[in-house]
Ligand binder design. Sequence first.
Ligand code: ZN
Length: 128
Amino acid sequence: MNDKLTLQALVALANSPFTHKQCDGCVGLICDGWESIPATFDRKQLELIGSMRSDDAMDNWRESHPLGTNSWSVNAPIAFGYHPYNKCDIYQCISCARKYLRYTEYGGYYLDERIRFLNPALITNSFS
Ligand SMILES: [Zn+2]
């Protein structure tokens, strides 16, 4: 399943219930801002549930930080339609159903798989 989510569907997913107790499956991932996925992490713990990718993702590198955040800020908006969210897929932990954003940053000589907890309070609509 790799359905492209609407903003409404993304918000609904982010607000869907998960187990709030500490989860052995993804405790190493729980991060408010973007972090690299640890090399030791078992990726089978995450299942793909949707995508935020937009058709212009590879041409659109604009970021949205109206409140002065930067891309690493723990309170940076999850800005639908902006980089890097226009390159993200949504995954959930198979144990606790926490939702995560994932995308791959392509550097000159490296790939960096990044992950961020999908916090519903931070989702913003770039089109409003
Ligand atoms: Zn979990």
